[in-house]
Design a binder for this molecule. Sequence first.
Ligand code: PAF
Length: 280
Amino acid sequence: MNVIRTVKELRQAVADAKAKGLTVGLVPTMGALHAGHVSLIDRARRECEFVVVSDFVNPTQFNNKEDLVTYPRTEAADCEKMEAAGVDVAFIPTVEEIYPEPDTRVFDLGPVAEVMEGAMRPGHFNGVAQIVSKLFAIVEPDKAYFGEKDFQQIAVIRRMVELEGFNLEIVDCPIMRESDGLAMSSRNVRLDAEHRALAPEIHKVLEKSLAYAADHTVSETERFVVETINSTGDLETEYYQIVDALTMQPADPSAQPGKGMVGCVTVYCGGVRLIDNIKY
Ligand code: PAF
């Protein structure tokens, strides 16, 4: 595996691969790699002949400074995992390399970016669009891989791709879970033992909501999820919203949850902000 830290060298490595006729897959990450990331890399490895993984904690997508400072950084362990997964290039740039000047671009991401995470984390999705568009422009991958844990992020990235006219396939990959159901996340390492034991309740309640939804409306199901999660120890729901899986717009509150809808949740668990979702 080639560890590359500059844009210039990355462009060259990708150009060499393309000159050999290889298809290029990109897996954008912020490092702190876990089995969820490895599943994205494995999929890229199966589908593409040259796999680039970016490992970069992107400051422009953090609307909370403390979250940026405390975000786990585990470069050596990440490199071992990437090497073992057969990555061709690990792109690990500095902030100055990616942003030699402040990125002032504002993307017209529209309604997909205005709800849920967009409403709770002002500027977050614009920052995601900035870094992902830079990576797409540098690597020009045939395919790029994203995990469905960040369900809304995928919709926002698709919108950015449409706006910028990138020619690539966005591949969304299923959520990977711990054996107790907790969605894998780099933030899970911040949970202390007590909160780590509580956190799987989030997925359990989402699963229960599937049965509940069979004879309840969208708004009743949303209330059921929020109240059930909040009644568990130290869990506090920030939002639970059932939305159209493509547009991210809130489902009709009086409809019954069903095909084409996804419920997205954010929960504070001992100060750690966890997200998860479920398809109806
Ligand atoms: O999902 C993430 O880890 C990040 O938002 C991404 C897509 C790598 C951009 O920094």
